[in-house]
Design a protein around this ligand. Structure first.
Ligand code: NAP
Length: 308
């Protein structure tokens, strides 16, 4: 079968750290070009925009959009209107309605659209999901705390409207939770702390519940120094489970049962290949809906300005 000719759009941290190596190790995809306003990728023709890439570059079948969420919708629409298959970085857009519109457009165009949630591919997640199906959950605690200055240096878009602030990593925790919890979650309470000079929160506390009343307490913090924390702890009627390192390590009753190497992006590309072959749409908005509800219903607290 002929390779899928792919262009990367938005050459920033995630494109370089994860997409380029994942594509290089996947024989189905051939990275043929890149589009980004300023940065360039070695070894392929580069263009400032997707429009210029499609006009002047080599033919492409698919694009992976690694831009900040605020500009993704127009680029995705342009790609879908040109009947390209589209992979979206998380979060899939700046608004829910953008993503719904893209799903409908992709279906009309008979091309693949994949809203990726890379944390769902972490090594411990699938086993955690099946372990929980057979148990009655008592309570859930999520602590997602990282140092924004280390992980997001110079990323001004994260503090702008639509950039999500601490929910940029926090939505990864929600993507895992909405995959492993047997029943849907709703938001009950939220408190969002906004630096006085930013349009996105730097910390948040959420209380979610499932239909049986099981409580999920979430603490998100962007100012964690020292050890970083990406943990989900679940107590059940028959043992306890802990996912740590963003889902890469799974402990059951304190014993490590999975400690996986990082295959998140190779798995995303394997799935994208299947979606392209079948011209299917895979868009799950559950994590983004919970974030949107936190912005709609959360109490807002103003805190000290953020200075990088
Ligand atoms: P980043 O380092 O700021 O890179 C984003 C890149 O997008 C910039 O380098 C910029 O390119 C490009 N860009 C901006 N506007 C564009 C436009 N109109 N057309 C084409 N390219 C444009 O951000 P990032 O960390 O890679 O994050 C990007 C997305 O990936 C976010 O949604 C984020 O949540 C997600 N993500 C990030 C990580 C991570 O570890 N960083 C992990 C998983 C997912 P120029 O520099 O050329 O202007």
């Amino acid at each position: 079968m002929s390779p899928i000719r792919l262009a990367l759009v938005g050459i920033g941290k995630i494109a370089r750290d994860q997409h380029v190596p994942a594509i290089a190790h996947n024989r189905t995809f051939e990275l043929v070009s890149a589009a980004s306003p300023h940065h360039k990728l070695d070894g392929v023709p580069n263009f400032p925009t997707l429009e210029a890439l499609l006009r002047d570059g080599p033919r492409v079948d698919a694009v992976a959009l690694c831009t900040p969420p605020q500009v993704r919708y127009e680029i995705a629409r342009y790609a879908l209107n040109h009947r390209l298959h589209v992979m979206l970085e998380k979060p899939p857009g700046a608004t829910l309605n953008e993503v719904v519109a893209l799903s409908e457009l992709a279906a009309r165009q008979s091309v693949a659209l994949f809203a990726t949630w890379h944390s769902r591919e972490a090594a411990g997640v699938e086993t955690a999901r099946t372990w929980l199906i057979q148990r009655s959950i008592r309570n859930v605690r999520v602590a997602w705390k990282e140092d924004v200055r280390i992980w997001h240096p110079g990323q001004h878009w994260i503090w702008k409207p639509g950039g999500l602030g601490v929910f940029d990593p926090g939505i990864n925790a929600l993507s895992i939770l909405t995959k492993i919890m047997p029943e849907p979650l709703v938001l009950t309470e939220a408190e969002l702390s906004f630096p006085s000079n930013c349009d996105a929160p730097i910390a948040a506390n959420l209380l979610l519940k499932d239909p049986r009343g099981v409580e999920v307490h979430m603490e998100l913090d962007f100012l964690q120094t020292g050890p970083q924390t990406w943990d989900i702890d679940i107590a059940s009627n028959n043992g306890s489970l802990k996912l740590s390192n963003g889902g890469a390590v799974l402990r059951i009753d304190g014993d490590v049962v999975i400690e996986g190497t990082d295959h998140e992006y190779p798995r995303l590309y394997e799935r994208f290949e299947m979606l392209v072959r079948e011209r299917r749409v895979d868009v799950d908005l559950a994590p983004m809906r919970l974030v949107a509800d936190a912005f709609i219903c959360g109490r807002r607290v103003t805190v000290a300005p953020f200075v990088e």
